[in-house]
Design a protein around this ligand. Sequence first.
Ligand SMILES: Nc1ncnc2c1ncn2[C@@H]1O[C@H](COP(=O)(O)OP(=O)(O)OP(=O)(O)O)[C@@H](O)[C@H]1O
Length: 364
Amino acid sequence: MIEYKGVTKQYPDGTTAVDTLDLTVSDRGITVFVGPSGCGKTTSLRMINRMVEPTSGAVLLDGRDVMDGPAAALRRGIGYVIQQAGLFPHRSVLDNVATVPVLSGQSKKAARTRAAELLEIVGLTQEIGRRYPAQLSGGQQQRVGVARALAADPPVLLMDEPFSAVDPEVRERLQDELLHLQLDLGKTIVFVTHDIDEAVRLGDKVAVFRQGGVLAQYDTPAEILSRPADDFVAGFVGRDRGYRGLSFTDDDGLDVEPLPTVEVGGTAPSAGWTLVTRDGVPAGWAPPGSGTEAGQLVPGGSLHTRGGALRSALDAALSSPSGLGIVVGADGRVVGAVRAGQVLERIDAHRALEESQPTPVAGS
Ligand SMILES: Nc1ncnc2c1ncn2[C@@H]1O[C@H](COP(=O)(O)OP(=O)(O)OP(=O)(O)O)[C@@H](O)[C@H]1O
């Protein structure tokens, strides 16, 4: 069992990322942290495996403060899956999955045998095991990320927006697979997303966060949908619920604003977030005041391909750490940015148009 007891995290610049969080994650279920970008989901998640340390309060794992004892021992029991899968580019897929067990003392042969089984469990063939990560699709890379996190058979699995960089269809398939896998595995999973549909689909319990790192509601999906605790939750949940049709509405007429970018290693302008590119393709965001080398970048949320669905434009804006959703062309290069407000305006306009058209009468 994971318990947050009055947990606050303040970063050195004074940002309160998480504010007095009290929450209990039950064993062997999927608990989803959901909310708009910057509301403290990732910080809350990372306090479980001590990648971030609380300023005050405590996170308990099976009754024990995670800050007691060595971090390495704690992390052996906690798998971690992130958005871009974070695979080692120069190792084969099979060796990516076998890495942690080998590091923790298993023989290479045993680790590889288990890795091959795990690849099969997440739906990948042996042939794929011999490839390198760059030779895989986004969805396949995410499956490898899941297999790797499971390799050490940890009781706890932390998943930070693991499926948000893949297109909606693949995302749904990965969600199904995770639910299916969980039936057998029964892990304690904490899953971060900004997508309420994903939260409701996957979560046994859902924690909705608001700006300032405040927990707005913690409940079952059904309760959250039918009895939102306040206007914020109602807006967050209701808006998305009404917008499911967006997956089929294209972004025609959406204003794309120019977005200045710099290439990796270039000089960032002094203020604000900077989008860093490699040959024009997004590589990540440089936070305000940070450098633009690859290791300094924050992964950039999902991308919206110009001409794609409004839903993906909204996703891009909500998942971006800068609040600017990245729009790319068919060649993957940056063409500009969209803000959530602009997408919502288009959605409202679209809805108004639909409502002004007569609805067919049943039986006519
Ligand atoms: N290392 C850091 N230093 C200073 N501020 C930070 C740092 N990491 C995160 N923050 C800030 O803390 C707040 C919470 O960030 P966090 O990443 O936990 O939110 P989030 O809800 O996971 O957002 P996202 O969906 O964009 O990942 C934000 O205002 C963010 O800018």
